[in-house]
Design a protein around this ligand. Structure first.
Ligand code: GH3
Ligand code: MG
Ligand code: MG
Ligand code: MG
Length: 307
């Protein structure tokens, strides 16, 4: 673990440096407050900081306040070094954001024990952040395909609708439904069906640009968001997606599986106010017509918002 050692007094700094190196820590040294802050304000700065209270440039309390205001992750554990006469000011130090105190001249076993406490806190906080990020990912990512899930793609749609409305630009959505998917499950098994969904998701992304999005709407249905695309352009883009899905059979567990999909399109133009679900349900009707017309095709919705 990396430790920042900020101490302006050379002898004390040297002694601390010798101890910390001996205990196997990687050390970053700062000889004044400004240097210390320079190290800590970096996103990848040390997670434990031993900071002298009295330093030229910036004192330890100010550094503590800045560290807490910055709220960096992973957490920065701050051990403040004080002269004995500053002990009465422990409250001020804690209030400014220090986690712990050590009195100078320092006692080696005590410093080592206190650093272990710091390591424990940093470790716990790192685990907590990792768990929170994992939860966040579960909440927005479809576990099977890795695409944004229904909640996430709807959020993206809401955001894009607001933006295109302000810009009075068109926006289209395409609802993609895999053709005869039940038959794939029935013929090759559910796990093979899962593999088809994963590979289809990959194929659908290839023809899309970075600002266009695709998410898993549910089951064997996917939602494509095409900001700035009017009905005509959206037809071209989604037909490219349709064609990318059908281009050649998928190889699933040694079997060659041909798949196609039907796409329903809906477009909103001229800054008209449309709710995300309203637009999706407009698109939702069109795949049925695509199915009725032989599948493996794109159909635009015949509703008020079709532009
Ligand atoms: P159509 O061409 O009319 O769309 O026919 P279809 O068979 O695709 O439509 P249907 O709605 O009858 O069947 C969809 C199937 O998708 C039924 C369901 O079991 C299957 N399915 C939904 N989610 C999953 C999944 O996560 N994994 C697998 N393997 N199958 C799924
Ligand atoms: Mg000092
Ligand atoms: Mg379906
Ligand atoms: Mg289907």
């Amino acid at each position: 673990m990396r430790i920042l050692l900020a101490e302006d007094e050379p002898v004390s700094r040297h002694l601390l440096q010798v101890c910390l190196t001996g205990w196997g820590y990687e050390i970053v040294v700062a000889a004044d407050g400004a240097e210390a802050w320079q190290q800590l304000e970096r996103g990848d700065g040390p997670s434990i900081a031993i900071i002298d209270w009295m330093m030229p440039g910036m004192d330890g309390l100010e550094i503590c306040r800045r560290v807490r205001a910055q709220g960096r992750e992973p957490y920065v554990y701050v051990l403040l070094l004080t002269e004995r006469h500053q002990q009465d000011d422990v409250v001020a130090g804690l209030k400014s954001g220090a986690d712990d105190f050590m009195t100078k001249p320092f006692d080696e076993p005590e410093l080592r024990a206190r650093l272990r406490v710091g390591e424990r806190i940093v470790q716990l906080q790192t685990e907590l952040v990792a768990a929170r990020e994992a939860m966040r990912s579960i909440a927005v990512v479809d576990a099977l395909t890795g695409l944004p899930n229904r909640t996430a793609i709807l959020q993206t749609l809401a955001k894009e609708l607001n933006r295109t409305r302000r810009e009075r630009a068109p926006l289209s959505v395409g609802l993609v439904d895999i053709d005869h998917f039940k038959q794939i499950n029935d013929t090759y098994g559910h796990l093979a069906g899962d593999a088809v969904l994963r590979q289809t998701a990959t194929r659908m992304q290839a023809p899309l640009r970075s600002y266009e999005a695709v998410g898993r709407w549910g089951g064997e249905e996917f939602l494509i968001i095409l900001p700035g695309c009017d009905a005509q352009v959206a037809h071209l883009v989604t037909d490219r997606v349709r064609s990318a899905v059908a281009v050649e059979p998928l190889l699933i567990e040694g079997a060659s599986v041909s798949i196609t999909c039907s796409v329903g399109l809906a477009t909103t133009c001229d800054g008209r106010i449309v709710q995300p679900l309203e637009l999706v349900s407009a698109a939702d009707l069109a795949p049925y017509r695509a199915k009725a017309h032989g599948r493996n095709r794109v159909e635009a919705a015949e509703v008020a918002h079709a532009g």
